[in-house]
Design a protein around this ligand. Sequence first.
Ligand SMILES: NC(=O)c1ccc[n+]([C@@H]2O[C@H](COP(=O)([O-])OP(=O)(O)OC[C@H]3O[C@@H](n4cnc5c(N)ncnc54)[C@H](O)[C@@H]3O)[C@@H](O)[C@H]2O)c1
Length: 350
Amino acid sequence: MPLVQADRLTRIGAALLRAAGATEQEASAVAAGCVSANLAGHDSHGVIAIPTYIDRIRVGHIVPGAEWKIVQESPTTTVIDGHWGFGFHVNAKAMQLTIEKAKIANVAACTVFRQSHVGRLAAYPLMAMREGMIGIATADSGRSPKHVAPFGGREARLGTNPISIAVPSDLEAPFYLDMATSAVAAGKIQLAAARGEQIPTGWIVDSEGRQTTDPRQFRKGGALLPLGGTEGYKGSGLAAMVEVLCGLLTGLGFGVEPSGRHNDGCFMAVFNVAAFRPLNEFKREVAEFGRYLKATPPSEGSPGVFYPGEVEYLREQQRKVSGIEVESATWDKLRALADEYKLAAEFDPA
Ligand SMILES: NC(=O)c1ccc[n+]([C@@H]2O[C@H](COP(=O)([O-])OP(=O)(O)OC[C@H]3O[C@@H](n4cnc5c(N)ncnc54)[C@H](O)[C@@H]3O)[C@@H](O)[C@H]2O)c1
């Protein structure tokens, strides 16, 4: 697998997206967002997705340069119509506005609909965290194809419906949770299939509802399982609540829209820590809490305890130096696009 430095990968991704019609701002947001997912170790949400986004532009599912419109608002709430723009761009703008509102009102929330994939969800709560606020985001896939079977079922009727919460602290690694409510993100199954690897039992069932370790069964009528294994009803419940916040509260509805257009409904909320207690005290105590968790004696065979967000930070530090391993199938697709757009010189600079 080629090992590519993050800045080169970002330049390639942005050039391809620009060539496909994205504005400068959109291309940078999407490429940087994908590479930040690669750096964090979530390759399923990294540059592997860029060819898919370009396909979606070609079929009109993503509209470059789309209007970003507030359709309803109050001092603390906003409803945003992304007009099928890039989720990375639309959602970041929505979070920025929500942060600005929380600077005045201490709490603020928004819903966003008609936007494409938002990628690694943590990107948005982390924006609030950097402003001394607690950020929460949930996302579903609106009424686009579902991937997750509700607990006890064998047909996909829920999205992978991720939840992310980021909290300011004095820790070196940001303290944040970023997780799909399914056993894993759907992209991890596709990544395993692209890499020709098997997956652990408990991630998917095949079309007959049987457990399988073959990731290709997912595309053949299989379904992801909800988070929680034998207690998957809890993951299923979380996913249902995310669907209510992101599908029903946004007005997107539930179930599958026949067009198959990807539509990441989002609900996001921001809380200004200083409205509850002094920010510096809170940040200090979150750091103490993180270290307290880390100091837990390890269980047998365990590498020790990590606080939420730490694993991603450690991977990021390592990959910033070593570069990012891009699976050959993805690298070949990026190269073919570069050839098509006559960007070979940018792809392989002398
Ligand atoms: N936009 C979308 O539609 C969408 C849908 C689903 C998932 N996603 C994204 O996919 C990515 C992957 O999600 P996932 O659920 O497969 O990730 P995951 O299973 O790796 O879980 C990630 C979370 O678990 C924590 N974690 C991981 N290992 C840990 C350990 N050993 N100890 C303590 N904490 C640990 C991480 O810090 C993080 O908060 C996320 O970025 C998510 O936002 C996006």
